[in-house]
Design a protein around this ligand. Structure first.
Ligand code: ZN
Length: 150
């Protein structure tokens, strides 16, 4: 038997998920509490699956009116939702992209995948595409502040 740190009930070990990083090899919260916790903190299982479904890679956000481009990396659906949520609420940390969004109708911004890749290759590939875009089209690249740090 093991006591759940959340609901404080003593339950059979089968009610706890295994976790090798814990001293006794089991989660501190029972499965039921852990599920509730995950749901509250990370959204539903469905949302999580959706966010990972498109995979990881390099993407661009292009303003179809001004031809400005922003390049990024990450879990594709997750990044897409995150960028547009922040742009809509005027909270995007890249002020060039935020300005681009504000200056044209919202539907002018198009999100597309450049290349899917393994997460460990993300930084390298992102840098490659940013440099390429910078050399070809520097005045339209919205990542300029990033480029200048290298
Ligand atoms: Zn519990």
């Amino acid at each position: 038997m093991k006591k759940c740190n959340k609901c404080k009930e003593s339950l059979d070990y089968s009610k706890f998920a295994k976790n090798r990083t814990k001293s006794d090899g089991y989660e501190n919260y029972c499965k039921s509490c852990k599920n509730k916790y995950n749901k509250a903190n990370y959204g539903s299982k469905y949302t999580k699956l959706y966010l990972k479904k498109a995979g990881y890679g390099i993407y661009k956000i292009e303003n179809k009116v001004t031809r400005e481009i922003y390049i990024g990396k990450g879990w594709i659906n997750e990044r897409k939702v995150d960028h547009f949520t922040k742009l809509k609420s005027q909270k995007h940390t890249n002020r060039y992209l935020q300005q681009s969004y504000n200056n044209t109708p919202p539907e002018s911004l198009e999100f597309s995948v450049i290349e899917k890749c393994e997460p460990k290759l993300g930084s390298l590939k992102e840098r490659h595409y940013i440099i390429e875009e910078y050399l070809n089209n520097s005045e339209k690249l919205l990542n300029q502040h990033v480029t200048l740090r290298w």
